[in-house]
Unconditional design. Structure first.
Length: 166
């Protein structure tokens, strides 16, 4: 599967192996006033295969880009998307990896289940962060509006429609 990584979650985690090497993954989280931590309602993660991990360690971040992935898999109640290697620039993404907070549409109420897959969802008080794998023109609906994912150039953007909560 070809995925355009637009944005990642707030929480970075790593685990060193006794035999050497390190696993690195990213998930959603909420700033609770002390630190950013997972407040998972649905726990999932983006894992980084060897090449993605090396790029992340070399640059300290990942710029939005297209990746070859294995698709979302679930193991031991953990949803996981693994970024394997950067895809050639000419490939068109099947899906877009995006992270949204309550600032986009308010508290999540509904989503296009045919076109949108939730990887991870953290919530605490009125704050939330969702990591979504979306097909073009997939949508999410919140308390204050809807947002539709629009492919744009070599990336994507949101088209939002807001309404008052009266």
């Amino acid at each position: 599967m070809i995925v355009f990584e637009h944005s990642l979650g707030s929480v970075w985690q790593a685990k060193a192996h006794e035999v050497g090497g390190t696993c690195v993954w990213n998930t959603t989280g909420i700033d609770d006033g002390q630190r950013i931590r997972p407040r998972s309602e649905l726990y999932g993660q983006v894992a980084f295969a060897r090449r993605a991990r090396l790029e992340l360690l070399r640059q300290g971040t990942l710029a939005p880009s297209t990746w070859i992935t294995n698709g979302v898999m679930e193991r031991s109640c953990v949803r996981k998307l693994r970024l394997i290697i950067r895809a050639p620039a000419y490939l068109i993404p099947d899906c877009y990896l995006v992270t949204v907070t309550e600032s986009l549409i308010g508290e999540l109420q509904d989503w296009d289940a045919k076109e949108t897959e939730i990887i991870s969802h953290s919530r605490w008080n009125r704050h939330q962060e969702l990591m979504l794998l979306m097909r073009p023109f997939g949508w999410v609906k919140g308390k204050h509006g809807t947002a539709t994912l629009i492919p744009f150039g070599r990336g994507c953007e949101w088209r939002t429609a807001s309404w008052s909560s009266k």
